[in-house]
Design a protein around this ligand. Structure first.
Ligand code: PLP
Length: 373
């Protein structure tokens, strides 16, 4: 059994993807070919934003946003303690400092009250300038944008959506990738919208920001490649990956439906025995992972050991809150309590899940987890 069945995913779309790849190969426009701009148009339409600007990967997408806003030395960037390091790493590389907030005990997304406390602490301390919030749609579940937008406005902060795990997800009537002033996503193969290598994109309604990011991703280009206006980076989506994503984007709504069915089936089987991620009424999660909380670290170890024996793959997203990592031991990282983050990291485990997981596989996973409990 596979953790995320990427091969079944390919098989389901094989004919279309193969012919799209073959066409790209014979076109010969391997960098910034027509498929790249075609994909950008399709993505913008799908997400419901004015601009989609593709780039090399999700980390670069975040970096391009931070660069475009001039985030750097002396700036505080607020981020949940439970996410992948790439949510905030590029801001740190530009000289800013990460300030970690706790997560909500039930949704596992950034906790608005904890965020407010962290901002107030930075304001009081006076050493750093509160600059931006990175909200992460954790495991595909949209963050609480109603409250985050109010907080961002009140403290004059740039709200950035890290939608790496949430392509296809919806809050109210709005797609993930459309929240905040700008959003970043990743097309890493195992993400909800994955290609067959690295890829990423920035989404925004802001014309000037989109233009700046188009320049920054191509060495700070001006009218052309050799009329450079600023220091940028080299971060493009390969034409081949764009050709693949054009096919995969079309399949995303159907995959979202299948994922909801699998999640409902798992929810029913597990709800009496484990804590489930709370997906609020106004959210549809992209379920980049399906995750359970054990009662304790000991119970989790016991379950994971049994899963290994039964040859059922699992993952832990993530074992350590970011503020407890060696890399973040200097600076503001512990300005608020991150008790919920620690509670979560000590108990979480993710089980095999994808739109292409069979009923038989689901049954195997359910019976192995329940009997190991
Ligand atoms: C995967 C991921 C990223 C980084 O994307 P890459 O394409 O791997 O650079 C950023 N943030 C989150 C939350 C992610 O899951």
């Amino acid at each position: 059994m596979e953790f995320i069945n990427l091969k079944a995913h390919y098989k389901a779309l094989q004919e279309e993807i193969d012919s799209s790849i073959a066409e790209t190969l014979s076109d010969g426009r391997y960098i910034m070919g027509e498929q790249v701009s075609e994909l950008e148009q399709d993505l913008a339409k799908f997400i419901g934003v004015k601009h989609a600007v593709t780039c090399g990967n999700g980390t670069d997408a975040l970096q391009l946003i931070f660069m475009a806003y001039g985030i750097g030395k002396g700036d505080a960037v607020f981020c949940p303690a439970v996410t992948f390091i790439a949510s905030v790493e590029p801001a740190c590389m530009l000289g800013a400092e990460a300030v970690f907030c706790d997560i909500d005990r039930y949704s596992y997304n950034i906790s608005p009250p904890s965020l407010v406390k962290a901002i107030e602490n930075i304001v009081k301390d006076g050493r750093l300038k509160p600059k931006a919030i990175v909200a992460v749609d954790f495991l595909g579940n949209p963050a609480n944008y109603n409250q985050l937008e109010v907080i961002a406005q009140k403290y004059n902060l740039i709200l950035i959506e890290d939608a790496a795990q949430s392509m296809g997800a919806i809050q109210n009537t709005q797609k993930c990738g459309s929240f905040g002033l700008a959003a970043a996503t990743s097309f890493f193969p195992s993400k909800p919208l994955g290609c067959y290598g690295d890829g990423g994109a920035v989404f925004t309604d802001d014309d000037a920001l989109a233009e700046m990011i188009q320049s920054l991703r191509l060495h700070g280009k001006g009218k052309d490649k050799y009329n450079n206006l600023r220091i940028g980076i080299n971060s493009r989506l390969d034409t081949l990956q764009a050709a693949i994503l054009l096919c995969k984007l079309k399949a995303l709504p159907t995959e979202m439906e299948k994922k909801q069915q699998v999640a409902q089936y798992y929810n029913k089987a597990f709800k009496d025995y484990f804590a489930l991620q709370q997906v609020s009424q106004n959210n549809v999660s992209a379920f980049s992972q399906y995750t359970l909380l054990a009662e304790s670290t000991e119970q989790r170890s016991k379950i994971l050991k049994e899963l290994s024996l039964a040859k059922i793959p699992y993952m832990i997203y993530y074992p350590i809150p970011l503020n407890k990592l060696p890399v973040f031991q200097n600076g503001e990282s512990d300005s608020v309590s991150t008790a919920n983050s620690l509670f979560y990291c000590e108990r979480t485990f993710s089980i095999p899940f994808s739109p292409y997981i069979t009923k038989d596989e689901q049954e195997q996973v359910i019976s192995a987890v329940l009997s190991a409990r």
